[in-house]
Design a protein around this ligand. Structure first.
Ligand code: ATP
Ligand code: ZN
Length: 213
C-alpha cells in the first residue's frame, strides 16, 4: 500500500468541483460514481477519498490519506502536522471580523472586552494576541452570522467571499484576519515511491496552471 497515493478531497461543497477538475486535468482518470467514498484511478497509482473538508487535515496527518485538498483556513485552524506542498488558486476567500452595521467602528481597540462568535477560535485567537486585543472568543459550530443580532456575541469572525451573508444579517466587515485559497497538503510520512508520485503530480499541476495563465 505504500506504492500508491491516496488523495483526500471534499465530498460535496465549495472545494469539490475544482478539486475533481484539477485531478482530471492532470490526466488522472477514475470513476466517481455518485455516493462513492473511495475510488481508484485507472491510469495512475492513486485512490481518491471523498471526505468532509474538516476531516482532511487529520487524515493526512495520520497518513490515512497521503495528500489532501483543503482550504488553507481549515488546514491552519486544524494545526495538524502536515506539509503545505502547493497553493492551488481556487476557492479564494477571507476570514474577517464583522460587527453590527450601526456600530460606529473605529478600529481594533473597539473589540477590547467584547465577545466574538466564530468557528475559527485558533486563527482568531492568534490574530487578537498579535494585535494585543483581549476579547472573549465564543466558539460556535455554525450560523455564526446571526450571533450579534440575537445578542449572543458583539461581533463575528467568519469566512467571507462576497460579503453578502454579512450584509443580509445586518453586519459589516471591519477587519480581515486571514486570506485563504485551496492548498494541497501532504503527509510527512511518505514512502520514497509516494514522494516520487507526488513530484509527478505536482509537475502536472504546475503545467496545468501555467497553461491557464
Ligand atoms: P463540509 O460538509 O465538507 O464540512 P463545509 O460546509 O465546511 O463542508 P464549504 O462551505 O463547502 O465547507 O467550504 C469549503 C471551503 O471553501 C471553505 O473552508 C473555504 O476555504 C472555501 N470557501 C470559499 N468561499 C467560501 C464562502 N463564501 N463561504 C465558505 N467557504 C468558502
Ligand atoms: Zn467543513
Amino acid at each position: 500500500m505504500n506504492n500508491i497515493l491516496r488523495i483526500a478531497i471534499q465530498k460535496s461543497g465549495r472545494l469539490s468541483e475544482d478539486s475533481l477538475k484539477l485531478i482530471k486535468e492532470c490526466g488522472i482518470r477514475f470513476d466517481n460514481g455518485a455516493g462513492k467514498l473511495k475510488t481508484a484511478a485507472t491510469n495512475f497509482p492513486a485512490e481518491i477519498l471523498f471526505l468532509r473538508d474538516d476531516d482532511i487535515p487529520g487524515y493526512v496527518e495520520d497518513g490515512v490519506a497521503h495528500l489532501g485538498i483543503v482550504g488553507e483556513n481549515v488546514s491552519e485552524e486544524s494545526a495538524r502536522n502536515v506539509e503545505t506542498v502547493h497553493r492551488l488558486g481556487f476557492s479564494k476567500c477571507r476570514l474577517s471580523i464583522g460587527v453590527l452595521r450601526e456600530h460606529d467602528y473605529q478600529g481594533l481597540k473597539d473589540l477590547e472586552g467584547k465577545s466574538i462568535a466564530t468557528t475559527y477560535p485558533r486563527l482568531l485567537g492568534k490574530y487578537l494576541k498579535e494585535n494585543n486585543v483581549s476579547a472573549q472568543i465564543h466558539e460556535i459550530s455554525g450560523s455564526v452570522e446571526i450571533a450579534p443580532s440575537i445578542g449572543l456575541a458583539d461581533a463575528v469572525c467568519d469566512i467571507v467571499s462576497s460579503g453578502s451573508t454579512l450584509l443580509s444579517n445586518g453586519l459589516k466587515e471591519v477587519e480581515t484576519i486571514f486570506r485563504s485559497e485551496a492548498v494541497m497538503i501532504a503527509s510527512k510520512h511518505l514512502s520514497e515511491q509516494q514522494q516520487e508520485l507526488l513530484d509527478q503530480l505536482l509537475f502536472r499541476i504546475k503545467a496545468v496552471q501555467v497553461a491557464k495563465n
